[in-house]
Design a protein. Structure first.
Length: 228
């Protein structure tokens, strides 16, 4: 897989893209990542990429031309799936991450300032929001999408079971988990996890996953019911 990020602040990606799981994924050749500063594609002598909105209003808007030119510079951009990070987009979720993990090349476009010239939408496939709140720019959203997708790629995590047991993968929250010590300040590990009976453990985990989802995120169960 290849992930291309268009951003005015490429330096903010250095830490997350060069550490932990994403660094390992790059080392294993599971993913190729490039970050492009679309300011480099401005035709303005001062390298400006924003301007005032027609009709007035607060703030500055990103211009369509630098972003279009940046997209055109990317090898294979015609076949790539182009995503604009926007608070007006479809809310991101785990099932979407699974879909993106099957795509060969993703381009993530990070907005900034007050917004963007709406004509940019003519050159992207989808708008995505990571939640109902406002951020300074799309960089954090791009990191979220990249991380959630890369961890699903074959060979990145030690076991496929690790992926499938995680919260949201199956549409429910993950069951409680424990490690040593067996007792800490009166808090003890449930006996069933120490029993060695794998059938009982599996049953307990399913029950706990269902219980936790019902208590904390009943909306997830409603979504499952609708699919069924």
């Amino acid at each position: 897989m290849k992930i291309t990020v268009l951003s005015l602040f490429p330096e903010v990606f250095e830490g997350i893209f060069n550490s932990s799981m994403i660094w390992y994924a790059k080392e294993q050749k599971a993913v190729e990542i490039e970050v492009i500063n679309f300011r480099d594609f401005s035709t303005n002598k001062h390298k400006k990429v924003d301007d005032y909105a027609y009709g007035g209003g607060p703030g500055m808007l990103l211009q369509v031309e630098p972003i279009y030119r940046a997209i055109q510079s990317i090898s294979g951009h015609d076949q790539a799936y182009k995503i604009l990070l926007s608070p007006q987009g479809k809310t991101y979720h785990q099932s979407f991450a699974k879909e993106l993990a099957c795509i060969e090349h993703i381009i993530l476009i990070c907005g900034h300032y007050e917004g963007f010239d709406d004509r940019i939408l003519a050159f992207v496939d989808e708008e995505i929001s990571i939640g109902d709140y406002v951020l300074t720019g799309g960089e954090i959203g791009a990191m979220v999408i990249a991380d959630s997708v890369i961890r699903l790629l074959p060979g990145v995590l030690a076991s496929q079971d690790t992926v499938e047991d995680e919260s949201f993968y199956s549409g429910m929250l993950e069951y409680p988990q424990y490690t040593r010590p067996q007792e800490f300040m009166g808090l003890i590990v449930p006996d069933v996890l120490l029993s060695g009976n794998h059938a009982d453990i599996k049953k307990w985990r399913i029950e706990q996953s269902l219980k936790r989802t019902r208590e904390r995120r009943p909306d997830l169960l409603q979504k499952r019911d609708k699919k069924d």
